[in-house]
Write a protein of this length. Structure first.
Length: 282
């Protein structure tokens, strides 16, 4: 019998994000091309005989119901009426509240891992349904790769895989609230929709085509609320093939030609008060 499972929870970036409208339920209707990247949290799930859920974690994150990884385990317990518990050991690498889907990735990894550990035998469809209840990005994080996300994020359609792309991620040290960015969005003129252009670029599969089709309708909003986002975007825009903010920010990423170029850029960024990560697409 399995006693423990180890998994990686991969971050995501939005290559293109169109916000269509605010919905009746308070969420926003979006279309987005999303991509898994190599930046990842490490999880270890250890079986407990009692139904207790325990979360131990590095970093400054809640260790109770407010944590999506914890909530994922609790929801699975409720859905499957399983009398087993788990100790979740979570090592955070993905920065929190950065627009990289770290919490969603952790939740998806817990659903996938507990399906094995608790021997639940859930199909991918059943796991996706549970993930949709946890949050907008969680279903995509379960599937990974390259995909088109629609609705409030719960409708996920796989796309042809991208080749390997090297990216430099830069996160200014500001706390951005997703809710605040979306609230302010309605005050701005509608941005240029980029998703259809990105879908076309993915078919061409060249880094340049993808770099020229990057777009995020929330970027002007976040740049206005947080000037640091605009600074990072300006810097990366001048040193990469193309750059854009991910999700509701504040992380901005740029596409480069090679790992070598990414490492050179990383060195130059270290003198700034920003966090930098060199990653590739997964």
């Amino acid at each position: 019998d399995l006693q423990a499972v180890s998994l990686k929870a991969y971050a995501k970036i939005n290559l293109a994000l169109d916000v269509l409208r605010r919905r009746e339920d308070g969420y926003h209707e979006i279309r987005s091309v999303v991509q898994t990247i190599s930046l990842a949290d490490d999880l270890r799930l250890i079986l407990k005989d009692s139904p207790e859920i325990q979360l131990v974690c590095t970093g400054d994150v809640p260790r109770d119901e407010r944590n999506l990884a914890y909530r994922a385990a609790r929801l699975l317990q409720e859905e499957t009426q399983i009398p087993k518990g788990v100790r979740i050991e979570l090592e955070k690498t993905i920065p929190v509240g950065a627009g990289l889907g770290g919490g969603s990735a952790d939740a998806a990894a817990v659903v996938k891992g507990l399906n094995d550990l608790w021997e639940l035998g859930l199909s991918e469809r059943e796991m996706l349904r549970i993930c949709a209840r946890l949050g907008s990005d969680v279903p995509f994080c379960l599937l990974g790769g390259t995909a088109l996300m629609q609705g409030r994020g719960e409708v996920v359609e796989p796309l042809p895989r991208l080749g390997e792309l090297w990216l430099v991620l830069v996160r200014p040290r500001v706390q951005v609230s997703t809710a605040q960015v979306y609230r302010a969005w309605s005050q701005f003129p509608p941005g240029q929709p980029m998703v259809d252009r990105m879908l076309e670029a993915i078919r061409l599969r060249t880094p340049m085509a993808i770099a020229q089709s990057l777009g995020n309708m929330l970027e002007p909003v976040a740049s206005c609320l947080f000037p640091e986002v605009a600074q990072v975007k300006w810097f990366l825009g001048n040193h990469t093939l193309g750059a854009v903010m991910s999700g509701s920010g504040p992380t901005v990423f740029g596409i480069v030609e090679s790992e070598e170029e990414a490492r050179d850029l990383e060195e130059r960024i270290k003198s700034h008060p920003w966090d930098v990560f060199v990653v590739r697409t997964v």
